[in-house]
Design a protein around this ligand. Sequence first.
Ligand SMILES: CC(C)(COP(=O)(O)OP(=O)(O)OC[C@H]1O[C@@H](n2cnc3c(N)ncnc32)[C@H](O)[C@@H]1OP(=O)(O)O)[C@@H](O)C(=O)NCCC(=O)NCCS
Length: 185
Amino acid sequence: MFACPVAERTELRLLEERHADELALLVDRNREHLRAWLPWVDGSRTPADARIFIAGAMRRWGQNNGFTAGIWHEGEMAGTIGLHAIDWSSRASSIGYWIGSDFQGKGIATAACRAVLDHAFGALGLNRVEIRCAPANRRSRAVPERLGFTKEGTLRQVQLLYDRYTDLVVYAMLADEWIGREMGA
Ligand SMILES: CC(C)(COP(=O)(O)OP(=O)(O)OC[C@H]1O[C@@H](n2cnc3c(N)ncnc32)[C@H](O)[C@@H]1OP(=O)(O)O)[C@@H](O)C(=O)NCCC(=O)NCCS
């Protein structure tokens, strides 16, 4: 379906059912890496789980309520990035992302995020996009920081991560900041 180049060797494609096996394999290979920060990993064990996830993501896309795209790097699935459910009354949403450990350190997540922000503030006309990261998730926090997000504060014990509640630092970008930044670049 849609393929959106985000860097020289990296592109986003909306996830479709035919990607389920590749997605399940990537999650399985990175289980410990992802489990440190993401609450859904234990519930995603098989290609059937991946198919259910993808079906939900496609439904949200069909309802104009966010999306999940796979990130492909040099032809290989590297991770996913998504725009979560959209609050259309306030034109606000948030971005979530992960990549396999082998794909870290190449700017892939930052480039993917930049493309999702262009889409969110461009075609979708949103006004505010958040990224929430655990305080200790240095690599994830570096993504919004690199992109010029404002750190707005910390939500306390807002996420249940398996056996404990974790805080999340809230970063936000506003439409006029993003568009002004792109024009100034
Ligand atoms: C969070 C996560 C996506 C960040 O991955 P990442 O590789 O550090 O981020 P990017 O892909 O944007 O790459 C940035 C790195 O590539 C380097 N880089 C190389 N070329 C680059 C470029 N053109 N642009 C930006 N960075 C570049 C940067 O210096 C940085 O490396 P450094 O941390 O060693 O300085 C990844 O660690 C992950 O998936 N973690 C597990 C799941 C998770 O935490 N998800 C987020 C939950 S909030």
